[in-house]
Design a protein. Structure first.
Length: 136
């Protein structure tokens, strides 16, 4: 039981549960937007009664683009909502908390050198050391 309690109390599990709940709530909102606003507009563009029936006629072939367009729009709207309603405010809050703690905005850290760059630098330092004349 102790291991299970530690597993459940980990931050990742709690964060995942919150993300699933918020995702379900946002899905209902986004679905309402897509079905109530965007699907009728797209259906009108393709001269269809419903978005799922929208087709693109290429000669004798009919491509059913309605469902694909609906899914793409749904995805983009969910991504936009998550970004602007969750990610941007959390980033602002994190930055404000950093400023309160440190008195300045965070400075972008330089990327750590790659393993190849470090090995090259070590090789060059060893080569330079071996070519120096001995010191008295």
């Amino acid at each position: 039981m102790k291991g299970f309690k530690e597993f459940i109390m980990r931050g990742n599990v709690i964060e995942l549960a919150v993300a699933v709940i918020i995702g379900a709530a946002f899905t209902a909102i986004v679905n309402a937007l897509v079905e109530g606003i965007f699907n009728p507009i797209i259906a009108a563009i393709f001269n269809a009664d419903e978005i799922g029936k929208a087709v693109w006629q290429l000669g004798p072939v009919s491509l059913g683009v309605g469902q694909v367009l609906g899914a793409v729009i749904n995805f983009v709207l969910i991504a936009l909502v998550v970004y602007f309603v969750i990610i941007v405010p959390i980033n602002k809050l994190n930055e404000a908390a950093y400023v309160r703690r440190h008195g300045h905005k965070p400075v972008a850290e330089e990327a750590a050198p790659s393993e190849a760059e470090l090995l090259t630098e070590i090789r060059d330092l060893l080569a330079a050391r071996d070519t120096k004349p001995p010191q008295p």
